[in-house]
Design a binder for this molecule. Structure first.
Ligand code: MIC
Ligand code: SF4
Length: 643
């Protein structure tokens, strides 16, 4: 029986476990990446593990998220990350060099390699034929130290592409169609593998848009084959030598097949407040808009920007609209400056932002009250833009640009003929903003620069045999990490300070939660289905840990967040009977006994609701390694014991 591309790469990297679906495997990690909002914690954890030099083939630390620097905190974090990278063998992509995923695709990604990154959009690398997975900071720290990364051997979904995109229809519309069909829960436990004759019609940046936003499916990752198109891209990046052809065997067997004819794809938008709330533009109609933001790791490549510049050329941004553009990397921005496209954007009235995440993570450019904002980004969760009642629609760069000048949501097919947009034969290569690490022989002389906002990893302790506490919070389905640990310009500066950031935990849902949890000392959170979807931020586990949360009981969890809870030593339990969810109320007094033996033996837990005088069965499906982590009180303690 033939193999899928996912199986080929995973199997070649397995260091623990067997290639059996649904079982846990440990894989060797070739490359890691971090960004600054998760990076400080990841490097504090790496330091705590105590390995002197990274053991990966390449590890890169990017600064791209917290670049507003409205106080000393972010600048201190940048200096900390720069110095720790230099010491321990990590390449440092300085602020200004671009968004981690865009730069990694351009300069570092290699077909067939494994990459984990402390950012949920790490699967962008799947556009180059990598197995690229988003993970918590602690998992990345362990991988930098040479440890394996553990995942459940995934089911593999084949998205078979045929046909060719019609003019003005985009890769973004393709992934929106996949999201419409599969939903934000549809990818959990799965890898999405793209095949079919349509693949060859898509450039690497277009493929990367699709794999990037596969994160919104909840998928472990997404991957395209490495073919002649990949080779041309790498050649244009002067990296042809890293290319290898990679694809699934003809007779590969998939767990599910989804067929998409690219010729039938139409411009679409993900409507508020979920990336899978997808409608065709024709269904939404030409509604009036207030803001357009173009950029983010999903849509900020040179190709995207050239299309935007073409549409804006000689026009003026509509008087009722504010347009911001953030090209994804220094390479993209420089090339736009050199070929004149940047002038066309500026002349049209675009507000040019630095090459960074910016508005995507609520770092500036929040829309007006109730404002309708079209964004080329990947997430439109409520409040993420910084404006609680902002109405965010996710669209392609083509839709965004044309709407910016017309003032309404506009179908770009009304533009008529589309010129051919091709990637350049040679990209402009200048890696002067990537600092190589100090040679191993000099590492002792590198001083680590630590600002006052950088606080150590929270204390954990081994699992106790009993939990007796109250339910401090009950929430519904599809809670995102933006609900649990909001981002934005005010809170992001606190990413290296868990006690301070914890004061904002869950405040989107309930402003009094942090105080209540702290007063209770210990508590349990109850949630619905797909709890913890979205970002990889381990802060969504570390803040509850700091606030004394011992267990989170839900109908189901999103993958990365569940691992982050285990890594923090918090029990991720699910209801055996989902109807029991309805029986618990906030404030109920809860108790779980015999924890140590139940965890060791993999038995169900009994949750006693003392307020109601009822008991419910909870399942806690843990691999042997996860059991050991939970018993030790988290991955850091476990790693220190076992490394
Ligand atoms: C995001 O898009 O939500 C982020 C910000 O990039 C996060 C990481 C973070 O919270 O720091 C992610 O996607 O993992
Ligand atoms: Fe940055 Fe936004 Fe991409 Fe996250 S989704 S890495 S915040 S650009």
């Amino acid at each position: 029986m033939g193999l899928t591309l996912t199986e080929k790469i995973l199997n070649a990297h397995i260091v623990e476990g067997k290639p059996e679906k649904g079982t846990e495997i440990g894989i060797r990690i070739d490359q890691t990446l971090t960004q600054d909002a998760t990076g400080t914690m990841a490097y504090l954890e790496f330091e705590a593990i105590g390995v002197p030099r990274v053991k990966t083939e390449k590890s890169v630390a990017y600064i791209d998220h917290n670049t507003l620097q409205s106080g000393f905190e972010n600048a201190d974090d940048h200096r900390f990350i720069g110095s720790i990278a230099k010491k321990h063998g990590i390449y440092f992509s300085r602020p200004g060099n671009g968004i981690c995923h865009q730069v990694h695709l351009e300069r570092f990604g290699i077909p067939g390699k494994t990459l984990i990154g402390s950012d949920s959009h790490t699967p962008t690398g799947g556009g180059l034929g990598m197995i690229a997975i988003g993970a918590g900071g602690l998992d990345v720290a362990v991988a930098m130290g040479g440890g394996a990364y553990y995942i459940t051997y995934p089911k593999i979904v084949n998205v078979k592409l045929t046909g060719k995109l019609s003019p003005w229809c985009a890769a973004k519309d393709v992934i929106l169609e996949v999201l419409r069909r599969l939903s934000v829960k549809g990818g959990v436990g799965k890898v999405i593998e793209y095949t079919g004759s349509g693949v060859a019609t898509l450039s690497v940046p277009e493929r990367a848009t699709i794999t990037n936003m596969g994160a919104e499916l909840g998928a472990t990752t997404s991957i395209f084959p490495s073919d002649e198109v990949t080779k041309e891209f790498l050649k244009a990046q002067k990296r042809e030598e890293v290319w290898t052809p990679l694809s699934a065997d003809e007779d590969a067997v998939y767990d599910e097949v989804v067929e998409i004819n690219l010729s039938e794809i139409e411009p679409a938008a993900a409507c508020p407040h979920s990336p899978d709330n997808v409608k065709k533009l024709s269904e939404i109609g030409e509604m009036k808009i207030d803001q357009v933001c173009i950029g983010s790791c999903t849509n900020s490549s040179l190709l995207d920007m050239m299309k935007v510049a073409y549409i804006l050329k000689g026009k003026t941004v509509h008087p009722d609209v504010s347009l911001s553009i953030a090209p994804g990397s220094k390479q993209v921005l420089t090339m736009l400056a050199e070929n004149g496209a940047l002038s066309d954007m500026i002349a049209a009235g675009a507000r040019i932002l630095e090459s960074a995440c910016g508005p995507c993570i609520g770092m500036g450019q929040s829309p007006n009250s109730g404002g309708i904002s079209l964004r080329t980004f990947n997430r439109n969760f409520e409040g993420r833009s910084g404006t609680k009642d902002g109405q965010i629609y996710l669209v392609s760069p083509e839709v965004a640009a044309l709407s910016a000048i017309t003032g309404v949501l506009k179908d770009p097919r009304t533009l008529g003929d589309m010129p051919e947009f091709n990637l350049p034969e040679e990209f402009l290569i200048n890696d002067n903003m990537v600092e190589p690490p100090a040679p191993a022989t000099d590492m002792d002389s590198v001083e680590i620069l630590r600002g006052p906002n950088i606080k150590p990893f929270p204390k954990t302790s081994p699992l106790k045999d009993e939990i007796n506490c109250a339910c401090s919070l009950k929430v519904g389905d599809n809670i995102t990490t933006d609900h649990i640990m909001p981002a934005g310009a005010k809170i992001l500066p606190l990413r290296s300070n868990i006690p301070a950031i914890s004061k904002h935990c869950f405040t989107v849902c309930d402003a009094s939660f942090p105080e209540r949890a702290e007063a209770l000392g210990e508590s349990i959170i109850v949630g619905g289905a797909n709890y913890g979807q979205g970002s990889s931020r381990e802060h969504a586990a570390l803040a509850p840990l700091h606030l004394g949360v011992k267990a989170v009981i839900t109908k189901s969890f999103a993958r990365i967040h569940r691992s982050n809870l285990i890594n923090a030593g918090i029990l991720p339990c699910t209801f055996r009977n989902e109807a029991d969810y309805d029986k618990i109320k906030e404030g109920d007094s809860l108790s779980i006994k015999n924890l140590i033996a139940s965890v060791k033996e993999g038995k169900d837990l009994i949750l006693e609701n003392k307020t109601k005088g009822e008991s419910y069965t909870l399942s806690l499906e843990l691999s042997d390694r996860a059991k050991a982590i939970i018993l030790a009180g988290g991955l850091l303690a476990y790693t220190k014991e076992n490394f």
